[in-house]
Design a protein. Structure first.
Length: 549
């Protein structure tokens, strides 16, 4: 095999991913000592380009990290002033009284934000402390020491052609070596996946669970705008058999963030999450806000939903998993950014103590101990049964029992034990032959759009001549197995229309991957029933260019 010569750079801590977790970790390290060397690597073209969230943010972690964030100009400009929760039917909506909700569901004191913009601001804070941030650097490989510990990562490989040859702009990338490596890739990270498997970090835990979140940003008519209003819904159009729900957050400048999450444990392979989102916008509760407005951005990203019982072991020789690489989203609150930040900060404190003792490349077990004594642990513990109860008992029974469990945990510190998730999301589809075809209304081009039109509003771009970053372990499976068995669900679950089954007259069906369209949501890696798709990073600086999602 050809030996690649690469430049090497050494740091105390190398951080993969400039989301809330990675940036909070970097800031905390530099706050502890200006002498600690820290770099953050980000595959997006700039910090924030790949960040997609709701987002209503609980500022608890930010208050700890940068107590004077207001004076420092953090873009948290919209306090939540009006908090609404509805169960939708096809035409009507039943508002749940706020007093029925456990206090942890209350959004007062939280802020409606663009998490991408919050990350851009965190990056400026980190840089002012001396953190080196390298956007456009996709980390494609984990480097190991001879003793098996993680030594660093390879980042910045560019200019490889589809056939594997080197193009004129070829760059071999760099080796970024760290005494400790923090994996902060967010949901279903490609390096995290390798590390979790290698060190068996999920052994004895429940499988991680996921949802697919799709989001549009709308500029609405001023008379329809209610700055600070946040609305959550469940029910229609998903009905009682598939889990999920929506969010609608009124931000500043007449902007409304509207999103729809489909739990990826759905069973009917004909379910088409993107089209569920589109028809949802025609509900009167939503359409009355959007009518006369315009959609300004679109994107999608998976969200971790396994919670408390799915959190893996958090450390391995030479590094840690922080944020959604481990999965700290509180599902009923649809909030994970506060926990992502806090876990980054706790890992930073553990690494700093180890560096002070002259250690390197070993296990940061103190980080896991800190997590177990933290408010993150309590945040997840109180809501641990909501997701499995919903999955097992459906919308009505599951959500009702989940609410009772949350109340018991809030009032007395205990509930109905710890429910199990059971299967991973890749194992939940029923055969197409036993499932009902779902016919979706055609998008009207005003409130609802077809997938490719919406995709244009994600500013996604990939160099065409490069190895396809959606690797099929067996290229025959989509047509030979997935098509007859599950009507090849990738055609529908991908929110960017990357996967197509092409049927031409007189020819056998053909599976096509339009890799240029990929918005890096990771759903295919999660949901493919044959677990045949492996998502790896394309060249850095590619993928979506979200302005403020
Ligand atoms: C639709 C949706 C709605 C949500 N709503 C809310 C909400 O209202 N409030 C809330 O608090 N939370 C919400 N969340 C959850 C929240 O967004 C996450 O918990 C949070 O973003 C996790 O932060 P993170 O830093 O772990 O990962 P991320 O925010 O995902 O950041 C990871 C970063 O790492 C980069 N990266 C990944 N792999 C590599 C690699 N190999 N090389 C280089 N860079 C890499 C990515 O490009 C990205 O920039 C929502 C999530 C979704 C999907
Ligand atoms: S190809 Fe996979 S990761 Fe890319 S947008 Fe489609 S489902 Fe998401």
């Amino acid at each position: 095999m050809e030996q690649v010569q690469r430049e090497t750079m050494e740091y105390d801590v190398v951080i993969v991913g400039a989301g809330p977790a990675g940036l909070a970790a970097a800031i905390r390290l530099k706050q502890l000592s200006a002498d600690v060397s820290v770099c953050v690597l980000e595959k997006g073209s700039e910090v924030g380009a790949h960040i997609l969230s709701g987002a209503v943010v609980d500022p608890i972690a930010l208050n700890e990290l940068i107590p004077d964030w207001k004076e420092k100009g953090a873009p948290l400009n919209t306090p939540v002033t009006d908090d609404r929760f509805y169960v939708l039917g096809p035409k009507g909506a039943l508002r749940m009284p706020n007093f029925l909700m456990p206090p942890l569901m209350n959004n007062h004191g939280n802020y409606a934000v663009s998490l991408g913009n919050v990350c851009r601001w965190l990056a400026t804070q980190a840089e002012s402390l001396g953190v080196e941030i390298y956007p456009g650097f996709a980390c494609s490989e984990v480097l190991y020491r001879e003793d098996g510990s993680v030594r660093g990562v390879v980042a910045g490989v560019m200019g490889i052609a589809k056939d594997g040859s080197h193009k004129p702009d070829y760059q071999p990338g760099m080796e970024l070596i760290g005494k400790y490596v923090f994996i902060a890739e967010g949901v279903r990270g490609s390096l995290a996946k390798e590390i979790i498997a290698k060190y068996k970090l999920s052994e004895g835990r429940e499988p991680q669970k996921y949802g697919l979140g799709m989001k549009e940003l709308w500029e609405v008519k001023p008379e329809n705008h209610r700055q600070g209003q946040v609305t959550h819904t469940m029910g229609w159009p998903l009905g009682v058999k598939a889990g999920g729900g929506s969010f609608m957050y009124h931000l500043e400048d007449n902007l409304v963030s509207i999103g729809f999450v489909v739990h990826l444990n759905y069973q009917n392979p004909y379910l088409y999450p993107y089209m569920e989102f589109q028809r949802f916008k025609h509900h009167p509760l939503i359409s009355q806000v959007l009518e006369g407005g315009r959609r300004v951005a679109y994107g999608a990203r998976a969200i971790t939903e396994g919670g408390f019982q799915s959190v893996p072991k958090l450390y391995f020789p030479g590094g840690v998993l922080i944020g959604c690489s481990a999965g700290f989203v509180n599902v009923p609150r649809i909030k994970g950014s506060h926990n992502a930040m806090k876990t980054g900060m706790m890992a930073a404190e553990a690494a700093f103590a180890a560096l002070n003792e002259g250690r390197a490349g070993d296990e940061l077990a103190d980080y896991e101990a800190a997590y177990e004594n933290s408010w993150v642990y309590e945040d997840l513990k109180r809501v641990k049964n909501v997701k499995p109860m919903w999955s097992k008992l459906g919308l009505v029974g599951g959500v009702a029992l989940g609410a009772v469990d949350m109340w018991l945990n809030t009032l007395f510190g205990f509930g109905f034990g710890t429910w199990r998730h059971g299967k991973p999301d890749s194992a939940t589809l029923k055969p197409a032959a036993d499932s009902k075809v779902i016919n979706y209304p055609k998008p009207d081009g005003v409130l609802s759009f077809d997938r490719l039109t919406d995709l244009a509003f994600s500013a996604t771009n990939h160099e065409e001549d490069q190895p396809v970053h959606l690797q099929l372990k067996d290229p025959g499976i989509p047509i030979a197995l997935n098509l007859p068995m599950w009507a090849e669900p990738a055609q529908r679950y991908c929110p960017a229309g990357v996967y197509e089954v092409i049927i031409e007259d007189g020819k056998s069906p053909r599976f096509q991957i339009n890799h240029q369209n990929c918005v890096h949501c990771k759903t295919c890696d999660i949901k493919d029933p044959s677990q045949n798709i492996n998502w790896i990073v394309p060249q850095g600086g590619e993928g979506p260019n979200y302005p403020n999602l």
